[in-house]
Design a protein around this ligand. Structure first.
Ligand code: TGC
Ligand code: FAD
Length: 394
């Protein structure tokens, strides 16, 4: 039996040496995305957050980087593994949750819906431009009175000859006002169906949601659909129940499992660096037991979250990942990231409340992340239902 390594090298960014569990290709992809975030995002994202904007020029840059729809195949998509996609999400969210949201909504919600449920014509029309970041997509499921329970949606689509008439309202839609194409879910006489609504379609108006204190570097909009006439070909032919949008959510939730670990890692590294430099009572606070205990716990949570993400990634790549496991990853990793962010914020003292450091930005962002893509309660109830065989939603 091999003994413990004599002088192991401990790297705070990867205390558990998860690196050695990755292939060379996975490490290369991870490092490329990490470098992109360090150059193009980290220096500016505090300002974007303060100004409540995310420059849309990032979309073609992300397209060039190959991360838009990167785990999909064909149509200009990179065809990368689920694990590689997860590693990219981790690096993007270490930058900002708004950046990961852009990539999640584009690749895992809008593009995935078209890739999985669309006709060949729909795929040809939209996917290559979306993979390149030339066309932004959004995903309209939530309504003002239907969030956790999307099955109670009021948006309706009815037939008029061969056309469809779409009427209703979607709320909290990431990139709703800037999307070239909106994937809108609506109730029909044949169940819940998805529709591709191109920008500028008559009857569609959008309004951005302001005064957010979270996910500020991300556009969030309301979509108003007033008797919007769409041709028959606008409907996604292969989705005909709530299973359609929920299948897309599995993909995006999986990305969040990784992303949350990235945000937590960023908070840990900021707290560690600050604690080593901040002198109080004549010594660095990093040399005090109470701060070391906090840092140790944060490093443990980051390590556990990363291992859980990697495990789910390996299950996904083996075709074994089930939605209940994704729920466990989303619940566990976002909760852990929130704890790490709150703890890190306190290590930074008063500096912890400014955008000069990434911590409060991550902390506030994670309040959206714990709510969207299924709240923590929803995921706990999914896990509880799987454990007990008893459904507690209704
Ligand atoms: P239920 O009766 O359980 O299921 C209806 C049908 O769907 C199937 N199903 C799933 N299929 C695939 N994946 C899943 N995770 C699935 N969960 C359920 C199910 O088998 C059934 O199929 P069928 O063929 O028998 O009809 O549905 P329910 O009405 O009881 O609801 C279950 C619940 C609460 C878990 C579900 O509604 C839910 O997940 N609610 C949360 C909604 C949510 O997450 N919304 C997110 C909106 S998008 C967003 O937030 C984007 S944020 C931006 C970013 O990501 O960055
Ligand atoms: P509600 O469903 O009203 O829940 C309120 C509270 O009740 C929560 O605490 C919830 O956990 C709890 N609850 C719910 N059900 C139960 C139950 N059975 N038992 C006990 N408690 C329960 N949606 C999209 O479709 N597309 C997007 O692009 C998108 N982007 C978003 C971006 C941001 C920044 C935010 C904040 C949200 C976004 N959403 C998007 C919406 C998001 O998915 C919803 O906010 C989320 O699903 C929760 O719905 P709700 O806000 O209506 O909360």
């Amino acid at each position: 039996m091999a003994s413990t390594a004599a002088s192991p090298e401990i790297r705070p960014i990867d205390f558990l040496d998860i690196d050695h569990l990755l292939s060379d290709e996975e490490r290369d992809i991870r490092d490329t995305v990490r470098a992109f975030v360090a150059d193009q995002v980290t220096p500016y994202v505090g300002d974007w957050f303060e100004e409540a904007r995310l420059p849309l020029e990032l979309a073609p840059q992300l397209g060039k980087l190959g991360v838009l729809g990167m785990h999909l195949t064909g149509y200009g998509c990179a065809g990368a593994s689920g694990t590689a996609y997860g590693l990219a999400c981790m690096e993007l969210e270490a930058g900002d949750s708004g950046l990961r949201s852009l990539v999640s909504v584009q690749g895992s919600l809008a593009m995935y819906a078209i890739w999985r449920f669309g006709s060949e014509e729909q795929k040809q029309q939209w996917l290559p431009r979306m993979a390149a970041g030339e066309a932004i997509g959004c995903f309209g499921l939530t309504e003002p009175d239907a969030g956790s329970d999307p099955g109670s949606m009021r948006t309706r689509a009815r037939r008029d000859g061969s056309d469809w008439i779409l009427h209703g309202q979607k709320m909290w839609i990431t990139n709703g006002s800037v999307a070239e194409v909106a994937v809108v879910w609506a109730a029909t006489e044949q169940g819940i169906r998805g529709f591709l609504v191109p920008k500028g379609t008559r009857g569609v108006t959008t309004q951005d949601i302001h005064k957010k204190l979270s996910l500020r570097a991300s556009i969030t909009s309301e979509l108003l659909l007033d008797d919007v006439r769409l041709p028959a070909e606008a409907m996604l032919p292969q989705a005909n129940s709530l299973r359609g949008p929920l299948s897309c959510l599995n993909e995006a939730r999986y990305g969040i499992v990784w992303g949350a670990a990235g945000a937590a890692r960023s908070c840990l590294l900021a707290a560690l660096s600050y604690a080593k430099e901040r002198i109080v009572f004549g010594k660095p606070i990093a040399a005090t037991q109470i701060q070391q205990a906090k840092l140790a716990r944060m490093a443990l949570q980051v390590g556990q979250a990363s291992l859980l993400a990697l495990h789910l990634g390996r299950l996904k790549d083996a075709g074994r990942l089930v939605p209940e496991q994704v729920s466990m990853g989303k619940l566990g990793n976002v909760d852990a990231a929130l704890e790490v962010a709150r703890s890190a914020r306190q290590v930074l003292g008063a500096n912890g409340v400014t955008l000069e450091y990434p911590v409060i930005r991550h902390m506030n962002n994670l309040e959206s992340v714990v709510t969207y893509e299924g709240t923590a309660d929803v995921h706990a109830l999914v896990i509880g239902g799987a454990l007990t065989g008893m459904q507690a939603f209704r």
